[in-house]
Design a protein around this ligand. Structure first.
Ligand SMILES: Nc1ncnc2c1ncn2[C@@H]1O[C@H](COP(=O)(O)OP(=O)(O)OP(=O)(O)O)[C@@H](O)[C@H]1O
Length: 592
């Protein structure tokens, strides 16, 4: 049945497959759905029999009917209505239960997928756009499959019962009703192409609008610094107005379509009444039959329309299915190999062998990198902006795989290791340390939610953070605000150092952690970092040469290649690029 419906909706084989796959999300609720369908069938049957009662009332009860009999009839109608509403209510409750479960499962699967997809996927997407599409996709998906599951069968049953009863009552009037019945639906079908295109274009627009809005709010400091609030507001409202324009045009089209459908219904009713009166005058039918037909006629357009609604929903749902499945099926080139090994104890020997990498095919960002780091060594990476320092570190965390060559940790190719277990062994302290809008305690325990309060405090002490935390209202329970906006840059960095210390990683990645700080903060952060790097293999990305003088090895990267690699003293003796950088910095040409 799904295939024929889908074919009717102009859906190709891929779409039919997609609709099937969508329906598999409700498969675990088969039993509840069966109960809902039975209830809906009863409701549909009761609805279909209702006009018959009117026929009986009009044909059998004359003007001399006693009050008791009248009350009985009214009582029977009320009782039938009560039963119908009770059944309807119960089936509605059950169907919401199913909808919410499907919604939960979809959210579970899509968010799990979004978390597991590699950085390259997220770099292609915008947060606001993704959230808008995800929200729309999941809602449309749930509506689509519940319509598929719950609207088609009861509608068909109602139609079947009604048509059978009508033909038994009067075949000539029935032919008239059946002739008009599909017309509103056909108008709906004709309009659905435009409606689907409109839906798609609106979805795209809202995605773009909210993606920008999200960027603006996240970068509100920049927006305010450049006094661009008004310009951003105007841009946002301008885009919203354009989207509203599409909605308005759509509403107008929908109103015309609705009016045309209602007109057809009116025409149908008038034709039935006229024809029935003609038949009554000839003594070939009764007033009761006319009343019953009017009931059926009103009732029949509903299911036919809702079947058209299913047709429209199927097309609209196709858009939502596309969104959800595009996330679930997004290619994950970095997923763990089936035989990937977990990483437990790490000594910290890192080897890069002939590693080359490009974010795209056009351009190589790293070229033939060879590097051997002994456990516990500190490696400083310096080089001009854009030379590939961050990229090198991203490869070490396996955010990307090398295009050629390989990276080994303790003799294991990173591609052979389970990514999560690898990253558990790596502590990262970034220049712009990300802290979440949560308590200081939870931020420090981010990588180790099971840590005790004593462990958290020890880590904070070692990171020179315990002092300032004690001065905050609520201490460790102080909530730092979005992106840590309620504490200073240096404090954020010390929290992120405490977090790394608590995680006790074997490998460390530090990204220019002491920049943009005042002298006192810099000393505190530097002390904390010195404690952090002890006994761990550490990679420090540094623009400031003074922070790297003590490293075991300094790598100088230029245009994606290691052009020098040695200790500070040896590199100074070699008098190459590094030595020139040091001289520039001592002369104040580079920031100290
Ligand atoms: N996601 C990306 N997609 C495409 N190109 C990228 C991407 N990220 C970085 N690049 C490019 O790769 C090159 C190396 O970037 P990378 O961030 O590794 O440099 P860097 O040495 O860390 O620079 P900086 O010192 O300014 O942080 C740059 O030319 C950059 O434009």
């Amino acid at each position: 049945m799904l295939s024929s419906l889908a074919a009717l909706a102009g859906m190709d084989g891929r779409k039919v497959q997609q609709a099937r796959r969508a329906l598999s999300f409700i498969a675990p609720h088969r039993r509840t759905i069966s109960i809902i369908l039975v209830l809906m069938l009863l409701v549909a049957a009761l609805g279909a029999l209702e006009p018959l009662i009117y026929k009986l009332v009009f044909d059998r009860l004359g003007s001399n009917t006693g009050l008791a009999r009248l009350l009985m009839v009214v009582g029977a109608i009320v009782a039938a209505a009560l039963v119908k509403e009770a059944l309807n209510g119960f089936s509605n409750w059950l169907s919401w239960k199913v909808r919410l479960s499907v919604n939960y499962k979809l959210l579970d699967e899509t968010t799990a997928r979004l978390h597991s997809l590699p950085l390259s996927y997220h770099r292609e997407e915008t947060v606001g756009g993704l959230m808008t599409r995800l929200n729309h996709g999941i809602n449309g998906f749930v509506t689509g499959i519940s319509d598929l599951a719950f609207n088609i069968l009861p509608g068909l049953i109602y139609l079947t019962i009604s048509v059978v009863v009508m033909f038994r009552l009067d075949w000539r009037l029935s032919l008239l009703v059946v002739f008009f019945a599909p017309l509103p639906a056909m108008i709906g079908v004709a309009a659905s192409h435009e409606q689907t295109a409109r839906e798609s274009s609106l979805l795209y627009r809202w995605g773009v609008i909210f993606s920008r809005f999200n960027e603006v709010l996240s970068g509100i400091v920049t927006v305010k610094s450049f006094a661009m609030e008004e310009a951003e507001r105007r841009r946002f409202m301008g885009d919203v107005a354009q989207a509203h324009g599409i909605v308005r045009k759509g509403v107008l089209t929908d109103t015309w379509i609705g009016a045309a459908q209602n007109l057809v219904v009116m025409l149908a009713k008038s034709a039935s009444i006229g024809f029935a009166i003609y038949l009554i005058q000839r003594g070939e039918t009764t007033v009761g039959t006319l009343m019953a037909f009017l009931g059926y006629q009103g009732g029949i357009f509903g299911p036919v329309n809702s079947l058209t609604g299913v047709y429209q929903t199927l097309r609209k749902a196709g858009i939502s299915f596309d969104i959800v499945f595009s996330i679930l099926d997004a290619e994950d080139r970095l997923r763990d190999a089936p035989h990937a090994l977990p990483l437990h104890e790490v000594k910290g020997e890192v080897v890069f062998s002939q590693v080359s990498f490009g974010y795209n095919e056009e351009r190589r960002v790293l070229n033939g990198i060879d590097l051997h780091v002994q456990p516990g060594q500190t490696i400083a990476i310096v080089g001009p902006s854009g030379s590939g320092k961050t990229t090198l570190i991203s490869l070490l965390q396996r955010f990307y795989d090398p295009t050629t060559g390989c990276i080994k940790l303790d003799g294991n190719d990173l591609r052979e290791l389970q990514q999560r277990s690898l990253r558990r062994q790596i502590g990262v302290v970034l220049q712009d340390a990300l802290v979440f809008n949560d308590s200081i305690r939870n931020n420090i325990a981010y990588g180790r939610p099971d840590a005790t309060d004593a462990e958290i405090e020890d880590a904070a002490r070692a990171a020179n953070a315990h002092g300032f935390i004690g001065n905050l209202p609520g201490g460790y329970d102080f909530v730092v605000g979005e992106r840590g906006g309620r504490i200073s840059v240096g404090e954020r960095q010390r929290i992120s150092i405490a977090r790394a210390l608590l995680k006790n990683p074997s490998l460390l990645i530090l990204d220019e952690a002491t920049s943009a700080l005042d002298a006192e903060s810099e000393v505190l952060v530097q002390e904390a970092l010195d404690r952090l790097v002890q006994g761990r293999t550490s990679f420090i990305i540094a623009h400031r040469l003074s922070t790297v003088v003590g490293a075991h090895k300094i790598l100088v990267l230029k245009d994606g290649q290691i052009i020098e690699s040695d200790s500070h003293e040896s590199l100074m003796e070699q008098d190459g690029y590094y030595a020139s950088l040091v001289r520039c910095q001592s002369r104040g040409l580079l920031p100290a």
